[in-house]
Design a protein around this ligand. Structure first.
Ligand code: PEP
Ligand code: MN
Length: 339
């Protein structure tokens, strides 16, 4: 339920109103902007009498929220949330953040050399998987801690912040110490125990990918799990969903951009690499994502895609990655943003 508070409400009456909700076991989200003041009530509001609340002299409006998500809901937080990662801001009208790097970290030299190149191309963050969710147990599973430490060294050499995928709650301490943004992969989007642990044990920004076959509402509910557990710093990432189509690895659902912005206040970035599975289509889909209003792009880049230890077919070489960013910058300018 949303209670809209009148401008210049008496502070004592406001305090009493909040206390009256809390007494009923509700959590109250007090949110104020330059031209709004709302109380978001979380918990069982079925027994609240809207008419009685509206009778309070400081209350303007009472609205019941139909959507099951509250903390992620735009109605609870009308302003865009901007996530700050070591000074790089994602969301709102900030610069569109481009994240580049390999699917998997393959060693110190590989990641450091690539980090220099993606930085030169215009990326503001480095990606690299150290714990890999592979379909086959016989496929390369990632360099694990060694890979994370290689990323840390690449950050030291380039100044690029780093993002990597966390697969198990055992890894939270390690990621909290070393990584700047924690990726929760598509396959773990509904691992609710993991989402709760990440919400509870770290405040590091979380990049939450959409599940392989999940609705937008299910995806927002997963963000809600992290937020309700104590970590409000969530960035959503569309990476394509399973459809009957075979010419692409997944189907990029770009309609999520306006929908996420309407329903939530969270930033949304696009991963055209996993969405298409084919380097040839990545530039086009990236330009479309920027035009649609995405807050960022996460793209797989490799110096030698034929030899990549995972996802080579969808990796761009650094020169193509740079070309893409330069083109995307032009599109960004058309919609009044920058990269
Ligand atoms: C990845 O980013 O390399 C990855 C495995 O992504 P997803 O979870 O979207 O498949
Ligand atoms: Mn990959």
């Amino acid at each position: 339920m949303i209670v809209t508070v009148k401008k210049n409400a008496d502070p004592k009456l406001l305090k009493d109103l909040i206390a009256s909700f809390e007494k009923r076991g509700l959590q109250v989200n007090d949110s104020q902007g330059s031209n709004y003041h709302i109380l978001g009530l979380i918990g069982d509001t079925t027994l609240l009498d809207e008419k009685m609340i509206k009778a309070n002299p400081i209350v303007d409006e009472v609205t019941r929220i139909a959507a099951p998500y509250k903390k992620a809901n735009r109605l609870f937080h009308p302003e865009d949330t901007i996530i700050d990662i070591n000074g790089i801001k994602i969301g709102g009208n900030e610069k569109i953040a481009v994240i580049g790097g390999p699917c998997s970290v393959e060693g110190l030299d590989q990641i450091c050399s690539l980090a220099e190149k993606v930085k030169e191309a215009g990326a503001v963050m480095l990606r690299g998987g150290a714990y890999k969710p592979r379909t086959s147990p016989y496929a390369f599973q990632g360099l694990e801690t060694e890979g994370i430490l290689d990323m840390v060294e690449a950050r030291k050499r380039t100044g690029l912040s780093i993002v990597s995928e966390l697969m198990d709650s055992d890894q939270i301490e390690e990621f909290d110490k070393y990584v700047d943004m924690i990726q929760i992969g598509a396959r773990n989007m509904q691992n609710f125990t993991l989402l709760k642990a990440v919400g509870k044990k770290t405040k590091k920004p979380v990049l939450l990918k959409r599940g392989l076959a999940n609705t937008i509402e299910e995806w927002i509910m997963s963000a809600e799990y992290i937020m309700a557990s104590g970590n409000p710093n969530v960035v959503l990432c569309e990476r394509g969903i399973r459809t009957f189509e075979k010419y692409t690895r997944n189907t990029l659902d770009l309609s999520v951009v306006p929908i996420i912005k309407e329903k939530t206040h969270l930033p949304i970035i696009i991963d055209p690499s996993h969405a298409t599975g084919n380097w040839k289509y990545i530039e086009t889909m990236s330009l479309a994502a920027v035009a649609a209003g995405a807050d960022g792009l996460i793209i797989e880049v490799h110096e030698n895609p034929e030899c990549a230890w995972s996802d080579g077919a969808q990796c761009l070489k650094p020169d193509k990655f740079k070309h893409l960013i330069d083109k995307a910058r032009n599109i960004a300018h058309v919609i009044g943003r920058d990269i």
